[in-house]
Design a protein around this ligand. Structure first.
Ligand SMILES: [Zn+2]
Ligand SMILES: [Zn+2]
Length: 347
């Protein structure tokens, strides 16, 4: 099968003919019809993701059709349209059985520790617990574009921050996950401020419902600007880049009792931050929340919100590309250029 393979960090992916994966006894083989290109893939491409060993097939925002079913997989059949979270949890440990599958200690992570979906086929083990039937009204491209980003934004806003109508949300980093957060927060009745360095991304943010945007390149004190615009600070703030300056902007822009959700993956020098413990955490009583992925069990509520509110996840997708163009998206991410989500739909 054809696959885009990372053979050297920060270099173009190589299109190779590789062996078809074997079907796991408890899983399926998915014929991949679409796969999103995400900033987490970019972290991997740069060599900053601890789980990635070369050579490696990236890609974790997949949608496709089941090609083969293993003997111990009982809930799925050949020909079914599916998607999957990037964290495949074990399904049997206390975390998994108590609704906390994203912190399962026995994870199979698609596109990071395990092969990904920048390929014609992907083996998905543990399918009964992790695979998600894709409703007919969602195209493969929309589902892949929703991939980790819409699901992550949804869980960050609803399950973690419990955002309420009329609350102010600040989104730091208006890439795929930031724009997804804007789309969902708007539907939930929140008021939104988008922050980015890229004017195209800010224009996208306004189109999707941001009431104000701030270009952090031209603003000396982003936290203060947010507190001014909102009359005291954002109630919820999402850090969607994983870098220290945006983390600081996020917590400094929060209102008293505000909730920061760390969505961006903080690696290298960004893995540790200075925290104004007295002023922000103690006096202003701000909460810091971690956030990584959404389990398969969260998908029905997201599908329901999208259907009921007539959201169009396709609005987040700025273009489709062929398998050999994924590296170009990484180069754009390197330069904070480009906007919206790119989806591979030609393998
Ligand atoms: Zn588990
Ligand atoms: Zn992702």
């Amino acid at each position: 099968m054809r696959a885009a393979v990372l053979t050297a960090f920060s270099q173009p992916l190589e299109i190779q003919n590789v062996d078809m994966p074997a079907c796991p006894p408890d899983g399926v083989i998915v014929s991949i019809k679409a796969c999103g290109v995400c900033r987490s893939d970019w972290h991997g491409w740069k060599g900053a993701h601890p789980a990635i060993k070369l050579p490696h097939i990236p890609g974790h925002e997949l949608a496709g059709i089941i090609e083969e079913v293993g003997p111990n997989c009982t809930k799925f059949h050949v020909g079914q349209r599916v998607t999957a979270p990037f964290i495949l949890s074990c399904g049997v440990c206390p975390d998994c059985t108590h609704g906390r599958a994203t912190v399962c200690g026995h994870q199979h992570v698609i596109g990071f520790g395990n092969p990904g979906a920048f390929a014609e086929y992907l083996a998905v083990p543990r399918a009964d617990f992790n695979l998600v039937p894709l409703p007919e009204e969602f195209s493969f491209i929309d589902a892949a574009g929703m991939g980790c980003r819409v699901t992550t934004a949804f869980r960050a806003l609803v399950d973690r921050a419990n955002i309420q109508p009329g609350e102010w949300l600040a989104v730091h980093g208006c890439g795929g996950v930031g724009l997804s957060a804007i789309l969902i927060a708007k539907a939930l009745g929140a008021r939104i401020i988008g922050v980015d360095l890229n004017e195209d991304a800010l224009a996208y943010a306004r189109k999707l419902g941001a009431e104000h945007t701030i270009n952090a390149r031209d603003t000396t004190n982003v936290g203060e600007a947010i507190r001014d615009l909102t009359g005291g600070g954002a109630n919820v703030s999402i850090e969607a880049l994983g870098i220290t300056p945006t983390f600081t902007n996020s917590i400094m822009g929060l209102a008293k009792l505000g909730r920061h959700v760390q969505v961006g993956l903080p690696v290298d020098e960004h893995a540790h931050v200075d925290l104004p413990l007295l002023d922000i955490i103690y006096m202003r009583q701000v909460s810091l929340m971690g956030m990584r992925g959404m389990a398969a069990s969260g998908f029905p509520a997201l599908f329901k919100l999208i259907t009921e509110k007539h959201l169009d996840p396709g609005q987040l997708i700025s273009g489709t590309i062929a398998l050999d163009q994924a590296s170009n998206v990484f180069v754009d991410m390197d330069n904070f250029a480009g906007s919206g989500i790119k989806v591979i739909d030609r393998f």
